[in-house]
Design a protein around this ligand. Structure first.
Ligand SMILES: Nc1ncnc2c1ncn2[C@@H]1O[C@H](COP(=O)(O)OP(=O)(O)O)[C@@H](O)[C@H]1O
Ligand SMILES: [Mg+2]
Length: 367
């Protein structure tokens, strides 16, 4: 069942510099229980999108559904305010009240609700349950300023979950944590939201984070959804050069489809003929742009010389990064970025053979 549905959403802001179109014709459907991320560079419209779902922004047109509830419709002149939407929200800044202790912070949404009333006993039970969920038992009376960043983030999460919302919106919730804690916390966060059965809409500009937590994700660019899919879809089958380049490192190569023997199509490129299984569906003479990821390329040994997609190259740079060498090797005038295993011997200026595996090429565009 669809849990979050955005239909033809547009949102502009009027600023001193003129009109900014923050969201353009955005259509998106997220299923119940799904962990969905919006990934994109700063300023692409992620926060505006999630704020529209929360009811903190009013779109210029379109419709927003939360389950069976139509919470916004321009045409029907409908707008359900944030506190009446079945959502919980975690912000980048946590927005923890500094003058309250942990218990009071987490209990806040239960006390401030206008539609529902909770008894003191109910409030206590719910707060203790939420704190147990985020592993902060025993922290009830701790003043908020005496919490670490990670603990504040958990308080914010417990507070977002306290009303048992069906949808939890998270806007860069981990960006104030240090790198190691961020890595641990992101999986905990996913586990927790799955445990309570919530649908998560998660905003991040960090691709590894989006890959790690998401069932599906959408890549945003200039207020539009450029591609929606599973992390593997997005990484292995990007639908454009922009997406391919935005997630991971990729090398591009353009050429023209040519025939090499009966029924065998290859790409004629400035570095030579490239074999790629996906070329079968293109016609001879068609121009095609291919991509191959830095970690898919290998330096091959002499036995592989002369094999398909194996080219002599010169190492132009090799930076040792621990996990791998970040290497550039030139085949003719074309420089390829290659992730070479740390234990390899690569020296700048040396001759190597570069293997561009057949099945690793992605077709990015054609005309
Ligand atoms: N309240 C606002 N007033 C004017 N411009 C805004 C406002 N909120 C966002 N914007 C603009 O809308 C665009 C998208 O912003 P935002 O949704 O915050 O992006 P992201 O969260 O992806 O970094 C940006 O160009 C931003 O400057
Ligand atoms: Mg933002």
């Amino acid at each position: 069942m669809d849990m979050v549905s955005l239909k033809n959403i547009n949102k502009s802001f009027t600023t001193a510099r003129g009109e900014v179109r923050a969201i353009r014709d955005l259509n998106l459907t997220i299923e119940r229980g799904e962990f969905f991320s919006l990934l994109g560079p700063s300023g692409c419209g992620k926060t505006t999108t999630i704020r529209c779902v929360a009811g903190l922004e009013k779109p210029d047109d379109g419709e927003i559904w939360l389950g069976d509830d139509l919470v916004f419709s321009r045409a029907k002149n409908r707008f359900i305010p944030p506190h009446q939407r079945k959502i919980g929200m975690v912000f980048q800044s946590y927005a923890i009240w500094p003058h309250m202790n942990v218990f009071e912070n987490v209990a806040f949404p239960l006390k401030s609700g206008v539609s529902e009333r909770f008894s003191d006993r109910e409030i206590k039970e719910r707060v203790l349950e939420a704190l147990a969920l985020v592993q902060l038992q025993g922290f009830e009376t701790r003043p908020a300023p005496q919490l670490s960043g990670g603990q504040q983030q958990r308080v914010a999460l417990a507070r977002a979950l306290i009303k048992k919302p069906e949808v939890v919106l998270l806007d860069e919730p981990l960006s104030n944590l240090d790198a190691k804690l961020r890595q641990e916390t992101r999986l905990e966060l996913r586990w927790l939201l799955k445990e309570v059965g919530a649908t998560a809409v998660y905003v991040t500009h960090d691709q590894a984070e989006a890959f790690a937590v998401s069932d599906r994700m959408g890549v945003m660019l200039d207020g539009q959804l450029a591609q929606v899919g599973t992390p593997r879809d997005i990484y292995l089958r990007p639908n454009s050069a922009f997406i391919a380049d935005f997630v991971g490192r990729i090398n591009f190569l353009e050429g023209e489809v040519a025939e090499q023997g009966p029924g065998k199509k290859v790409l004629k490129t400035p570095i030579g003929f490239i074999e790629c299984p996906s070329l079968e569906k293109f016609s001879i003479g068609q121009k095609v742009k291919l991509g191959i990821r830095a970690e898919s390329i290998r330096l091959c040994d002499t036995r592989e010389q002369g094999a398909a997609n194996c080219f002599p190259a010169v190492v132009k740079s090799a930076v040792f990064l621990g996990e791998y060498f970040d290497c550039h090797a030139a085949i003719g005038d074309y420089s390829f970025n290659i992730k070479v295993p740390s234990e390899s011997e690569v020296t700048v200026g040396s001759q190597v053979n570069v293997y561009l595996p057949l099945h690793c090429w992605v077709v990015l565009s054609s005309n």
